[in-house]
Design a protein around this ligand. Structure first.
Ligand SMILES: [Zn+2]
Length: 386
């Protein structure tokens, strides 16, 4: 009888074991292990039971724990159909979501964020960074906070755009976050995500002149760059971040537009070379200037375009030339473009129409190596340490 009780007890403990605990034996209470050992039960059975419990405990730990064990940074480029939602999960388990996708569609974008969270094995999001107050970035907040606990929100301050839709989205955001802490970011701020080095390079139209640990370099592309007109929308106010994890780096500038890109990287670029670039502004040609994409010299890029948003031919061309066509991943085929200005199908997560929300999962190591997995095909492209 005691054996049966012990067994039921151990099963119960495994069900309640925290999935964030990386050490398998810690999922079984020490006193339970001792009781199994010291009970009157057959010693052979006991010795079989303990390893079996450990296997069960191991099976209870989702994929993220393996990533934590491997000390890898995970980045999910979530498909929100032409908006942004990018989830970063440090090996420490700390998390930051950059933008939340669109409102509506029965909570589609929050659901897709939850799918990525599940894969990463996290149950809350420590920080949500809103790059700017356009609906395809901030619109998903009300639905997200209904489903997911958020530690704090970060953004560039107040809405700067004189339009009813953006005023409405900003108000909905402020109302939805309620008492959750909210902080304003400035260029040069370090965002505390344990295990990662995250620095704000642009915010509210301002930018850094240098980044600690990176020597600014003259940018030869600036001389031939056309003059671009500054738009008065929220886009040039975007918070941009540079994330460093050992030798690996990731650049996400939200929807920053060309005049502000040039302010940032001309005549000297403070960004250095990056491993992975999230093509700005869903691959629209208002962004992704040659001066930016050539100076950062990314090894790979992900374009968070929709089937009918972003993926402009000229922007695709610029990014593709900077990283090579075989290193430009797209969330969708840009259906308004042509074959010559779309990546090959195996580089696209959702090749036809809106698709089913397939996403890219990036796993990076401190030595600078990383992989990009297309969750539609399961194929993984490897980038060795450089
Ligand atoms: Zn956008």
């Amino acid at each position: 009888m005691e054996r049966v009780l012990l067994w039921l007890l151990s099963e119960l403990m495994l069900l309640t074991c925290s999935s964030r605990i990386p050490v398998r034996t810690e999922c079984i209470p020490h006193d339970l292990l001792q009781r199994i050992h010291s009970s009157q039960m057959n010693r052979t059975l006991g010795s079989l039971l303990v390893p079996f419990l450990l296997v069960l405990a191991s099976a209870n730990i989702p994929a993220h724990a393996a990533s934590a064990k491997n000390q890898r940074l995970l980045i999910y480029s979530i498909d929100v159909e032409g908006g942004q939602a990018t989830l970063l999960v440090s090996p420490s388990g700390a998390s930051m979501l950059v933008d939340t996708g669109w409102p509506g569609s029965n909570g589609r974008d929050a659901e897709r964020i939850e799918t990525a969270m599940k894969d990463a094995g996290i149950h809350q999001i420590d920080k949500v960074l809103i790059t700017h107050f356009h609906t395809d970035h901030v619109g998903g907040v009300p639905e997200l906070v209904k489903r997911v606990k958020v530690g704090e929100f970060l953004d560039h301050g107040v809405n700067r755009e004189d339009s009813d839709i953006t005023r409405k989205d900003f108000a909905a955001y402020i109302a939805a976050i309620g008492n959750t802490p909210r902080h304003t970011l400035h260029p040069g701020d370090a965002i505390k995500v344990p295990g990662l080095d995250v620095i704000v390079v642009t915010a509210d139209g301002e930018h850094v002149a240098s980044v600690p640990g990176i020597k600014p370099e003259a940018n030869p592309s600036c001389a031939s760059e056309p003059k671009w007109t500054l738009d008065q929308s929220e886009n040039p106010r975007s918070v941009g971040i540079l994330v460093r994890f050992g030798k690996f780096s990731f650049l996400d500038l939200g929807d920053l537009t060309k005049p502000k890109e040039l302010d940032l990287v001309c005549p000297n670029s403070p960004l250095g070379h990056v491993s992975l670039f999230l093509a700005s502004h869903h691959g629209l040609d208002q962004s992704n200037s040659k001066s930016l994409v050539d100076s950062i010299h990314a090894r790979a890029a992900i374009m968070n375009n929709g089937a009918h948003k972003g993926g402009s031919p000229t922007a695709w061309q610029s990014v593709s030339e900077s990283v090579g066509a075989k290193n430009l991943f797209m969330l969708h085929t840009a259906e308004g473009s042509d074959t010559a200005h779309n990546s090959a199908e195996d580089m696209i997560a959702n090749p036809r129409g809106d698709g089913e929300g397939h996403y890219f999962k990036v796993a990076a190591d401190r030595d600078g190596s990383f992989t990009v997995t297309n969750t539609r095909t399961g194929a993984t492209k490897k980038y060795p340490a450089d």
